[in-house]
Design a protein around this ligand. Sequence first.
Ligand code: GDP
Length: 316
Amino acid sequence: YIQLLGWPFQSFATLPNQVHRKTVKKGFTFTLIVAGESGLGKSTLINSLFLTDLYKDRKVLNAEERISRTVGIIKHTVGIEEKGVKLRLTIIDTPGFGDAVNNTESWRHIDDYIDQQFEQYFRDESGLNRRNIQDNRVHCCLYFISPFGHGLRPLDVDCMRALHEKVNIIPVLAKADSLTPAEVCRKKMKIREEIKQFGINIYQFPECDSDEDEDFKTQEQILKNSIPFAVIGSNVQVESKGRKFRGRVYPWGVVEVENPAHSDFLLLRNMLVRTHMQDLKDVTREIHYENYRAQCIQNMTRMVVLERKRRWSRNS
Ligand code: GDP
């Protein structure tokens, strides 16, 4: 590259600022789906992660209602603003997951939902007005694993395998405060082994470039080693020893949601919001959506060829 050091007018070095200003003006969108058995603390964690009460109108169903109900998808959207940057966050909830007698249906709803969003985007992209497409594609699936089982349950394996080609799966070990640190460690190892053994493709953190600084590389390694993130959620503020924090109070002590010694909550939040949101969107666009698009085009081409053959045989 030629170094344009002495240019008399302001040059294209301002391009990053121009791009930045334009994207900030437009605002950002991010869609997250939560999946896993009901009662594992999904809504509590989402509220804790985004410091909002997304579920204030939620009615918790009793056991009978949960079993008889066909599993439905609920969409919550919230606008968040931080230092002038706007984010439209959409949370797709799958309540009742794992409650029904036939649980295969639970993940089929998630599967269909993800496909429908891809389909809508594909239509909009091929349509006349491509300028104002609303991107509702699902960028990430937080998959909640029970802390009470011995690793993954068959339903977890089936669900993750059904979704892994369509969405970035991030597994989390729910209610980590019910486990000792040694148990958390053992469970994480077991779950990581099972993920490998069953061929589940979870979201892969991007490889670091060799010129990346050491701090960044260490942070990335910590993230990789923390999978599945052991999380704790709470909807209440606790006051203890003159400090206020989100936590859970027990007769024997207090658990702090944001304390790295107690859970991976901060790691997960930083990763989702600060460091990897764009990568999750890029992988969705470049890999999951591209797969969907290629499949669609292939099917359409096959149908055109079949139709042509049919017409040809009719006319001959
Ligand atoms: P969801 O059905 O998966 O959305 O679960 P909820 O968020 O409604 O939580 C179900 C119950 O678990 C509630 O009583 C919560 O207070 C409790 N809970 C939520 N998060 C945690 C956690 O991290 N640890 C523990 N021990 N309990 C939790």
